[in-house]
Each structure stands twice: as C-alpha cells, then as structure tokens.
Ligand binder design. Sequence first.
Ligand SMILES: Nc1ncnc2c1ncn2[C@@H]1O[C@H](COP(=O)(O)OP(=O)(O)O)[C@@H](O)[C@H]1O
Ligand SMILES: [Mg+2]
Length: 340
Amino acid sequence: MFSLEVAAFGGTAVALTLGAKAYTTYHDTSAQLTTPAALPGAPLWPEQLPAPQVTPQGTFLGMSDELLIERMRRGEVKSLRFNRGGSSISFRVDFKDGSRASFKPAQTNPQSVPRKEVAAYRLSRYLGLNLIPPAVMRTLSREDVLGKLAPESAFMRPRVEAETIFENGATTGVLSYWIPTIVNMGLDSPEGVKRWTEWLTIGNRIPPDKIHIMAQLSTLLLFDLVQNNSDRFSGGNLVGAPDGRTLYYMDNAFGFQVDPQGHLRCRSYLARAQKFSRGFVERLRRLDRAAVRAALAEEPGPPLLYDAEIDALLSRRDVALRHVDRLVQEYGEEQVLVFP
Ligand SMILES: Nc1ncnc2c1ncn2[C@@H]1O[C@H](COP(=O)(O)OP(=O)(O)O)[C@@H](O)[C@H]1O
Ligand SMILES: [Mg+2]
C-alpha cells in the first residue's frame, strides 16, 4: 500500500488519476505502522487502540467529494445566514435541495481570498489529506446574496454591502461543504499549545486517546507552512469532530503570500513539533510544480494560484522538509516519523 501511494504521487495529471484509485489517506489501517521507537517512554502507536478510521480517497465524512461538489456547483440558493465569530464576510448557505455550504464572497478583507480556500482544498487532496471540507468557486448574483439574507442576518446587510465585491451584479466566492457539528479542540489556547508541544516532543508519550489528533495536528503544522496560513492559531480555526478524533483544517483563505521562507508564525508553530507522518512527508517530498498545477487545475476556471505563488509554495515546502530532515538526522527516522 505504501509503495503504491508513493508511486501514485508521480507528479503528473495521469498519476493524479491513478492515485485517486490507488491510495487512501494516512488514516488507512493497512498503512505500515512504524516500528516501536527505541527511546524509553517514546511514543508508540498502541496496538490496543481502535483502528484508525479508514477514509478512502475522494470522500469527506464518508460522502464522495464529487457528489458534495456537484451539489455546491448547482444548488439553488434558498437562504443565507451570516456566520458570526469570524472576521470576514462569511455565510451559511442553505440550498433548496436541503444541502448546506459556507460561502465567502469576493471581499475587501485581505484575509479572505476565495480562490485560496479552493487552492488549499485541492492541494490537501493531492497530498492525501481529507480534512479540508470540499470547496469550489461559485458566482452568486447580488440578488442571491442580498435578497436571500435570512431575517436574523438582516442587520448585517450594510456591512455585507460595504465589504462584498460585486462586479456586474455578481460576486465570485468560495463554497465549502458545511460540517454539521464542529467543536473547538482547545489546541490554540496557551495551555493547549503547551500540552501538544510536549506530546509532539521526542521522548514524551502521547496519551492513547490523543494520538489521532496529534497525527493530524503535526501534519497540519507542515501543511500550514506550505500554504503559509498564519491565521491558524488566531482563534476559531482549530476545530474538529465532537468525538475528539478528527481535526478539520478549516479557514484557509488567507495564505499563499509570495514569501519563500513562510510567515514566522507558521515556522515557529512547526518548530514545536518533532513527530510527523511518514506518508505525508513522503508525499510532500514528491510535490513539484507540475503536480501542484495539476492538482489546482481540478477546479475549472482561472488558475487558483499565480506562478509566483506556486514558486514560493515549493520553496516553503523545502523549509518544512528541512525541519523534518534535521530532526531525522539528529534522532533517526524511528523517532521522528512515528505516524503512518
Ligand atoms: N464549512 C463549514 N462548516 C461548518 N461551519 C463553518 C464552515 N465554514 C465556516 N464555518 C463557521 O463559521 C465561522 C467563520 O468561518 P471562517 O471560515 O473561520 O471565517 P473567518 O475568515 O471570518 O474566520 C467558523 O468559525 C465556523 O464556526
Ligand atoms: Mg476563522
């Protein structure tokens, strides 16, 4: 399975199609688990743990990405509600078929750039992750946005009108599949950060019920440097499933600035982690310009990222891998690449 995974990430459009059939994410139970580490007290993947959930490529919460995407592309808007708690213009859209999505229109807020959310989703998919809700670009008319605001959101209308960018009576934004229940995972509070830093430090044991989350968090720290999302620990962007075993990588509309080293915040959070997923690191290593382009081209329409943004992304990938490689050099693979 593992070698198939690697082979599937050959970096061409053909490999991408092959990959879609051949690999599963790092939750795959059949993935090779790492050999127990040699250090006393070093983290193991405890055998007594229930097997991680198998999540085949191309599904999100057990539903096919394609199905969710089709619904979002075609759904007829019934109503919009303003999402509180964020800093940008963001709605929950209810479609007439009963499905839901979040919608972030084109807007004046620089921290909310719709194409970046879709780029993050497509890139995460290519890297074998399925923790970003499926996201698509969609143009909604002014009438759909302003005319269908639910009564409880009517008071936000002046702000929506002021900050949404309408061109020719429409705005092009991002729709993301609406996750019915999310909870704060407590990973961005000062105590939370202190706790996970300890768990992700070589030589410290991870409590068995935290292993899934720690695997997902350490991968997120790498992924956030690659996408240069420095907004992750700003509050409200580290949420997950109520069972405490799944982290969702939500709110990715801010990154991809042309910065070859990556934001200091991304680098300093990554510096707190010393344990990583072997499969994800492999896939990251195999990423190249053609692969990024192919992954992003899955979304029809104008390119999601400019060439300069892709160059900077690949450079940050190198920065992220240097962190992992330095640790491997010092402690050995067995200690560092502890997650499947
Ligand atoms: N796809 C989604 N599924 C469920 N809830 C969402 C989704 N997108 C956004 N939300 C909710 O809306 C809030 C604001 O959205 P977010 O994407 O974080 O925007 P902002 O950039 O304004 O912080 C989130 O904290 C979350 O509670
Ligand atoms: Mg947010």
